[in-house]
Design a protein around this ligand. Structure first.
Ligand code: PLP
Length: 403
């Protein structure tokens, strides 16, 4: 049991808390599911990019899936070896491509024909051959929230199968491109196996047809997206996930690369916030807390559900309340019509499943410093990021202050 009261007393609120032992457990379960095949877990850094978290996964043998050169730099800083680092994303600048090539990472995930051209040109300038993978869009509906769906043609991600084939032929004929992998990532918070399986079939068939024309790939990158339980979702078991994918790879000698984010970090994380006061507007009850949408954006952005637990001495009957933050937006809420007992100043609320896409999506809106972050390992708590102070927020403006 995590002693939230003690953590709040030591580190103050709002506060992010991450259970590293839980992350280890999730990592091991997923890795184990792919045993019998060569596989690499490439942790999706964007889900929680704190250096200590990345370092923790590095210590377990994980690689990294990065979507900006900043994330690539984080991966290196945290000790992930270059040959386990992948660079994905729909829009990479020339500088980002150049640095990724110079750092000799495992491969760049290319998401368009135009990008393939840029990568080729930059590799030529650097007089090297760049390892690439192509992100294929299998046009399968992932059956998840439209904002986190990526595998349909109306999404911006990846290229169609026919385009991909043309790109592989071009890459194979280029002195400066070395096509080594194929990639797909159809969406996030996936709870249905069928779309994953169908996508893997399509992509595996593509690998076979490339093999027939003597283009031999080494890496089959299945992206991330494995869903977790926020409320009452029935999730996919890692074993079933792995079996479904491996079943499509018969006769192919490929290393499977998996890019889990949320699955590893979401339920390892808690966002701890303090009750400022209650207020009643007509029939509506509000609980106002010290954390806001600038700390945890998911409820505002996706109307996402996060379970909320109250730590209070209050024994009153529960009634419905909206849990809202101090930010000047009506969208600044953590829950609507949440059943809570009556709460007092300084009572704590624990917002669950906050380890993924929590702190990382944070901002300084309303000139609010971002929360501190604490990691728990073997029962011990360690501060892994200081709370931002006012001085941190204005540092880049102050010396340029104009009259
Ligand atoms: C976001 C992303 C992931 C991780 O997604 P999760 O749903 O957190 O597992 C993996 N790969 C790519 C390319 C991504 O964009």
């Amino acid at each position: 049991m995590i002693n939230f009261k003690e953590l709040a007393a030591i580190y103050k609120t709002p506060l992010y808390i991450y259970d590293l032992d839980y992350m280890t457990q999730q990592y091991e379960e997923l890795k184990e599911a792919f045993k019998g095949r060569k596989s690499l877990m490439a942790y999706a850094i964007k889900s929680n990019s704190n250096l200590s978290i990345i370092k923790h996964f590095a210590s377990l043998g994980s690689g990294a899936d990065c979507v900006s050169i900043g994330e690539v730099r984080r991966a290196f800083l945290a000790g992930i070896p270059s040959y386990k680092i992948i660079f994905s994303g729909v829009g990479k600048s020339d500088d980002e491509i150049r640095e990724a090539i110079q750092k000799d990472i495992l491969y760049i995930n290319v998401e368009s024909e135009a990008e393939l051209g840029r990568v080729e040109l930059i590799a030529k300038e650097l007089k090297v051959a760049c390892r690439i993978s192509i992100r294929v869009n299998p046009n399968i509906d992932p059956l998840t929230h439209p904002y986190i769906s990526t595998g349909l043609h109306d999404n911006k991600f990846g290229v169609e199968i026919d385009t991909a084939k043309r790109m592989y032929i071009r890459a194979n004929n280029s002195e400066h491109l070395d096509p080594v992998g194929i990639h797909f990532h159809i969406g996030s918070q996936l709870t249905e196996l069928k779309p994953i399986y169908e996508s893997a079939e399509i992509v595996a068939d593509m690998v076979r047809s490339l093999k027939n024309i003597k283009i031999e790939l080494k890496f089959f990158d299945i992206g991330g997206g494995l869903g977790i339980k926020y409320k009452d979702e029935v999730t996919i078991k890692p074993y079933d996930y792995a079996q479904a994918i491996l079943g499509t790879l018969k006769g192919l000698d490929l290393t499977v690369i998996c890019e889990p984010g949320r699955f590893l970090t979401a339920n390892a994380g808690y966002f701890l916030t303090k009750v400022l006061y209650e207020k009643q507007n007509g029939a509506k009850r509000f609980v106002v807390v010290d954390g806001g949408m600038n700390d945890l954006l998911r409820p505002s952005l996706y109307n996402a559900y996060h379970a909320i637990e109250a730590i209070t001495k209050s024994t009153t009957a529960k009634s419905k309340a909206d849990v809202v933050g101090p930010v000047c937006e009506s969208g600044d809420f953590f829950a609507k019509d949440c059943l809570l007992p009556s709460l007092e100043h300084n009572d704590l609320l624990v917002i669950h499943s906050a380890g993924a896409y929590g702190f990382g999506m944070g901002s300084n809106y309303n000139t609010r410093g971002r929360s501190a972050e604490v990691a728990l390992k073997g029962g011990e708590a360690r501060l892994i990021r200081k709370r931002e102070e006012f001085e941190d927020l204005i540092a880049l403006e102050k010396e340029f202050l104009v009259d």
